[in-house]
Design a protein around this ligand. Structure first.
Ligand code: CUA
Length: 311
């Protein structure tokens, strides 16, 4: 269905089809033989069992043939896998960060997105980083998949060969909202990608305030997956709801001691950068990791404007 979407499709499909072909031949062959033996050697046709003692020919045949088949499987597998481990030098480097439960892609110019944008026919090398638990990066159409283990950087590369949008998701059960780790890779022709890249670079690091801070704050929270754990309507999910938080009194646990605080700008910022510093009473510590690398001061100011509207 996605023939040739990436440079790894043909080799992977060849290995897969070869292995499945051999498996089907054996399935049919063994099942057929089994049925034939039931018919041929039942009690009516063959009342006295025949004992067979050793057959060198048979032993050699069923050792040599499977060995050759397995080695051919290994050959196809290795021929497809080996190039996957070595990204070309000139590849565009993108940092892919996974956390419970969102994706973030960071490009060489500092642009960050939650969808992976790549140019067609250009190698892209990904640095796979997990901030919390084991996730797994998977683009089925590109035939690439790699575990993301916290504390251990992993790598992956590919060349998108056809323009289009393809599914990208986490394929390691990583907690309650694992299914939210679903996004897309968009492969664009080089000129279109360049235009997008330049436009994004212009808007990154800009200090001018956005036209609508409330909408921007909401967008940031959706993009960063905040809304997966925090509701805005008072529902308790994994973390506290945003409704009626800003400017109100909260009971939090700080260094194991209960205390009362007002949810002001400083508190919101600390909750995003150091989520375990003041945990709202009744919630579990260690469920969220810092967003220091994903959200800057300007982003937090916009998020606060959005939170103010949720009263
Ligand atoms: Cu991350 Cu499943």
């Amino acid at each position: 269905m996605y023939s040739g979407a990436s440079n790894f499709v043909n080799a992977t499909d060849t290995a897969f089809l070869f292995i499945i072909g051999i498996s089907v031949i054996f399935l049919v062959g063994i099942t057929g033989t089994l049925i034939w033996f039931i018919f041929r050697y039942n009690k009516k046709r063959n009342p006295v069992a025949t004992q067979i003692h050793g057959s060198n020919t048979l032993e050699i045949v069923w050792t040599v043939i499977p060995t050759i088949l397995v080695l051919v499987m290994f050959f196809y597998g290795w021929a497809g896998y080996s190039p996957m481990r070595n990204a070309p030098e000139e590849a565009m480097k993108v940092k892919a960060t996974a956390r419970m439960w969102s994706w973030m892609f960071e490009y060489p110019n500092g642009v960050k997105t939650d969808t992976l944008y790549v140019p067609v026919d250009k190698p892209v090398a990904l640095d796979l980083i997990s901030l919390d638990v084991i996730h797994s990066f998977y683009i089925p159409a590109f035939r690439i998949k790699e575990d993301m283990v916290p504390g251990r950087g992993n790598k992956l590369w590919f060349v998108a060969q056809k323009e289009g949008s393809y599914e990208l998701f986490c394929t390691e059960y990583c907690g309650l909202s694992h299914s939210y780790m679903f996004t897309e890779v968009k492969a664009m022709p080089q000129p279109e990608f360049d235009a997008w890249y330049a436009k994004m670079a212009d808007t990154t690091g800009q200090s001018a305030p956005v036209a609508d801070p409330v909408a921007e704050g909401k967008r940031l929270m959706e993009k960063n997956g905040c809304v997966v754990c925090h509701s805005s309507d008072g529902t308790k999910i994994i973390g506290p709801t945003y409704k009626g938080v800003y400017g109100h009194k909260l009971v939090v646990i700080t260094n194991g001691k209960e205390r009362e605080i007002i949810a002001d700008d400083e508190y919101i910022k600390r909750s995003i950068y150091e989520p375990d510093a003041d945990v709202v009473k009744g919630y579990t510590k260690g469920m969220m990791v810092s967003y220091k690398t994903s959200l800057n001061d300007k982003d937090i100011a916009n998020i606060i404007e959005y939170l103010k509207t949720l009263q």
